[in-house]
Design a protein around this ligand. Sequence first.
Ligand code: C5P
Length: 294
Amino acid sequence: MLMRHSTLAVRIWTPAKVNLFLEVLGRRPDGYHELATLMMAVSLYDTLELTEETSQATALRCNHPSLSTGPDNLIWRAVELMRRESGRSDGVSIRLWKRIPMAAGLAGGSSDAAATLAGLNRLWRLGWDRDKLIRLGAELGSDVSFFFAAPAAWCTGRGEQVEPLRLSRALDLVLITPPVGLSTAEVFRGVTVPNPPRSGAALRQAAVEGDVSELGRQLHNRLQPAAEQLCPAVASLLARLAGLGPAGQLMTGSGSTVFALCRTPGEALRLARALNSARDELGGARVFVVRSCH
Ligand code: C5P
């Protein structure tokens, strides 16, 4: 998360994430699933500008016409949570430039919520530490806490228990986002809990050591079969990526975005060019060349 601050306004560039590993360990009594996942922030950003208001109102504006800017938006809920926790009733006006695709497994909404918590912490000079923001993030959604542990973390529980990881090198990825998004809840409903679960130890070690070939072999997402059932484009785009020979390919989160893990920035560009030169066959999917944040 990158932040610029003046007395009355904060501007934040907040990233998307991908999951290099996601295993489902079990169903919980509260309806959630126990997870083990490696999340990594990548260079695709939404921008939020938070400005103090003299009124006590919250106002949210967004460049994306199909996104709700009302109280159901996670940004709005983050403002309400900060007000409740701090006891402040200040107004705030928020502008959001949405670039991270929605319902795409990239946690764009969670990233915006994390940026709102971090931005108000700065704007209202609350001085709350990272642990407090991680705890507040967990109240808004399972992926929100990660953004306070980025650029990479091993996440457990619902996903909200975050252990920061230091990756020894930047990773180059090509993302493809189908035009149809997926509902996280619906994908989780279709998942088969494995017995025994797969260990993420080898992937985690490869990530920390920067061994891209091994990482490519160890990529794993337990939600992928359920997502492929709901959105056939996931399987066909993964097959297309595999045909281009990257180190590995996988769906991120609950989909519908898939990605190729590339060995070099040049390989990522080559893959993106190959995909773009056959645009008609992508069925309206969008292609992004990104790098892990550091
Ligand atoms: O926490 P969040 O609001 O992002 O989760 C959205 C939905 O995804 C949940 O309501 C739940 O159905 C499902 N989910 C789950 N297990 C998790 C995270 C999310 O079942 N660890």
